[in-house]
Design a protein around this ligand. Structure first.
Ligand SMILES: Nc1nc2c(c(=O)[nH]1)N[C@H]1C(S)=C(S)[C@@H](COP(=O)(O)OP(=O)(O)OC[C@H]3O[C@@H](n4cnc5c(N)ncnc54)[C@H](O)[C@@H]3O)O[C@H]1N2
Ligand code: MOO
Length: 701
């Protein structure tokens, strides 16, 4: 067993001691020790609870027991808060900050609103904390939720996954947890120092802790059903919560599941160092969150060549989707999550490649004409011959049938003549002729296809032949698509000043062809509130967000501006035409690809940059574009300093390009059947000059 003693604490942010007798909304401590569920303890103050816990730890340590203590408040804050307050992206730095400021007396009197007010005042746009006990005090904390663009995510990633959890910014009101965290963390900071406890996941970097006293964040809501079913109907709810939660976590420890739940290294350091995690929320299927600065370019970079941009993109992204199992027949287009290993050899036994007669080759050595007696019976595919073929005899055999043990060669029926029970044929057959050797195609245990491979129809034949009826694939990547701009409308009518949205249908179709799920976020107007709300919706529902429009630096470029305000924007000026302004950001841990609004630029950016990036997030191999070299049918003098992609098609073996290069000329997109890629350097093209052509099919279109 991992922990001998498991303690669950229901915390409280009260400012006065709770009633003398046990009551709700007070501190309760539940404990399961050596498999025995103890009666929960009631504590009137935080100071009393800490004293109880210290006594328990002392006793457990003296008895050589490992102890896990869970507290039901957030140990961390949404991504970005720690760095904004302390300059370090670590929750424990916030613990230090709070421990130095929180005053929490023995009678529960405390200054949490003063501390929250100071935090708000030090953060941009009024800060994230809201709700308080007195309407007329702490002016920097709004009483109702009238907060504006404070630039931090509303929830931690774990709060998006655990149903019923409340954001940590709310300091008062039913179910709020913000105040509990401020006061609780200050207390845990002292406990950690006093007894050398390990705080999971921060002290272990998301790994399973090895200390003898471990503090972790818990949430009794995870055990809601077990609590409801626990049978003590008139029990105070807080008491039932700590009792059942402790018993449950101890049970998970006994069956080895707790260790699995405590290994969250795969989530990355935004979670393991900054936001924290609720013990018991499963990790599988959870994308590691990206750091806000994951797309940062080195200082001084102004123009990024295409190849460098691709390399950087490749280096900053990894797989974010979990694994699921699907039937082989519906696995086409999916990405293998693991190497597919053959569960059988093909063929599994040596078998006949033709209809004819099997015999031992030694029997047919010598004479010009060979005559062999036939053994009664036959071997057919799936119906092996049950008897023994004598050394100088032959056996009737059909294509696909197992070659009997004593035989090694098969003669095709058309090459023999049969009289009664004998066959005759000309000598000269090589040993092993017309026999498919066991495992000549592939051997059991060999890797048929590597993880990351995208399955096509022929691959399904191979996997099926290798045995598995089911295959482990990556969950489909979900990608949200947003168009931006006041000029766009989905309800456009002739005569309107608005334009129909051309980008969204195009991008949604691209995603579907790449075997991803598209989430349609519609159109956001040219205002930050709209863009913010859409990005929030995208980050909540999808693994990545694609936007078009508003990517460059103009007054109306609200995608860039919104990401910049959240300190999450990197604008890459790529040496490419079209598609030069590409905004890359991270919103709520989810990458945002801000494509230029011009439809031609949007498509080029989508196929050249976004496709490989999304395939990487989806767990697929990085696609390498090779292209075909063909003679040009056009004339152009290309300047040095940027790569160009021209709308193109092939006619009579030569590459034609669309007469206009304007990146708003949508007709040319549809006219084209692919792109002609011109290199970064200067390049003079006249009819016949070899150029590189990529058919739409090489972009999965
Ligand atoms: N001062 C600068 N101006 C511009 C720059 C620059 O670097 N500095 N870059 C130019 C280039 S190159 C491009 S491409 C565009 C990119 O602009 P944005 O991404 O900010 O896009 P918008 O200004 O919102 O729109 C550009 C153009 O595309 C039309 N559009 C937008 N969305 C759609 C849609 N869904 N369907 C159809 N058409 C759409 C929009 O109406 C504009 O005409 O910036 C240049 N300017
Ligand atoms: O990206 Mo812009 O398309 O070069 O006009």
């Amino acid at each position: 067993m991992m922990f001998d003693s498991v303690v669950a604490v229901d915390w409280s942010a009260r400012s006065t001691p709770s009633l003398a007798g046990p009551c709700r909304d007070a501190i309760w401590i539940g404990r399961t020790c050596d498999g025995v569920d103890e009666a929960p303890l009631y504590c009137r103050t935080r100071a009393e609870a800490m004293a109880q816990l210290l006594r328990m730890v002392e006793r457990d340590r003296a008895a050589g027991r490992r102890v896990l203590i869970g507290f039901d408040f957030a140990f961390g804050w949404p991504q970005g808060f720690a760095a904004a307050v302390t300059g370090q992206a670590r929750a424990l730095a916030v613990w230090d900050h709070l421990a130095a400021r929180i005053v929490d007396a023995a009678d529960n009197a405390n200054n949490r609103y003063d501390v929250a007010e100071a935090l708000n005042a030090g953060l941009s746009h009024g800060g994230p904390f809201w709700a308080k006990s007195h309407r007329d005090r702490w002016a920097a904390i709004p009483y109702a939720d009238t907060r504006t663009d404070h630039g931090l995510p509303e929830r931690r990633m774990v709060e998006r996954r655990a149903k019923g959890t409340k954001p940590v910014w709310q300091l008062a009101g039913a179910g709020s947890v913000g105040s509990q965290s401020l006061l609780g963390v200050a207390r845990l900071h002292a406990l950690r120092k006093a007894i050398g406890a390990q705080v999971w996941p921060f002290d272990t970097d998301g790994a399973v802790p090895d200390g003898d006293v471990v503090l972790a964040e818990i949430y009794p809501g995870l055990f809601r059903e077990q609590i409801a079913a626990s049978g003590e109907s008139d029990e105070i709810p807080d008491r039932a919560q700590v009792r059942v939660t402790a018993a449950h976590l101890a049970g998970l420890g006994r069956i080895g599941v707790l260790a699995e739940l405590m290994d969250i290294r795969a989530l990355g350091d935004v979670i393991t160092q900054e936001e924290g995690w609720i013990l018991g929320v499963p990790v599988t299927g959870t994308a590691p969150r990206l750091r806000n600065d994951c797309f940062a370019l080195p200082p001084g970079v102004h123009w990024t060549p295409v190849a460098t941009a691709l390399e950087r993109l490749r280096g900053s992204l990894t797989t974010v989707v979990g694994t699921e199992t699907v039937a082989l027949r519906s696995a086409g287009g999916r990405v293998l999550a693991q190497d597919a290993v053959a569960r059988r050899s093909n063929p599994s036994v040596a078998n006949a490649a033709v209809d004819g007669y099997a015999f031992a080759w030694r029997a047919a050595e010598g004479d010009a004409t060979i005559t062999l007696p036939l053994t009664p019976g036959r071997a057919a595919a799936g119906v092996p011959f049950a008897g023994v073929v004598p050394p100088d005899s032959a056996l009737r055999i059909l294509t696909g049938a197992a070659v009997p043990e004593a035989c090694d060669t098969v003669i095709m029926e058309e090459d023999t003549s049969r009289t009664g029970n004998t066959i005759s044929f000309e000598s000269g057959l090589r040993p092993g002729a017309n026999v498919r050797q066991s495992a000549e195609d592939f051997a059991q245990g060999s890797v048929l296809l590597p993880a990351g491979h995208r399955l096509r129809a022929p691959d399904l034949a191979l996997l099926a032949a290798g045995g598995p009826g089911q295959v482990a694939v990556r969950r489909k990547l979900r990608v949200a698509v947003l168009s931006t701009g006041d000029e766009l409308s989905d309800r456009w009518q002739p005569g309107d000043a608005t334009l129909p949205d051309a980008n969204r249908p195009m991008l949604i179709d691209l995603l579907q062809r790449w075997n991803m799920e598209a989430v349609d976020l519609g159109i956001a107007g040219d205002c930050r509130e709209d863009v913010r709300a859409a990005l929030d919706a995208g980050a909540a529902q999808a693994d990545a967000v694609l936007t078009t429009g508003g990517a460059s630096a103009g007054d109306e470029d609200h995608v860039s501006a919104t990401l910049r305000a959240a300190n999450a924007l990197q604008t890459w000026r790529i040496a490419i035409k079209p598609g030069r302004p590409l905004a890359l950001g991270v919103w709520g841990g989810v990458p945002v690809f801000g494509l230029p609004g011009n439809p031609v630029a949007a498509l080029v950016c989508a196929v050249i940059f976004v496709r490989p990036a999304l395939l990487t997030l989806a767990g697929a191999d990085w696609p390498v574009l090779t292209g075909t070299t063909l003679p040009a049918a056009f004339t152009k003098r290309k300047k040095a300093g940027r790569r160009e992609f021209l709308r193109a098609r092939v006619r009579e073996g030569r590459v034609e390009v669309y007469p206009s290069e304007g990146s708003g000329r949508i007709a040319g997109l549809s006219w084209a059947e692919g792109l002609c890629e011109l290199p970064d350097g200067a390049f003079d093209i006249s009819p016949g000059t070899p150029v590189t052509y990529h058919a739409w099919s090489s972009f999965g279109i």
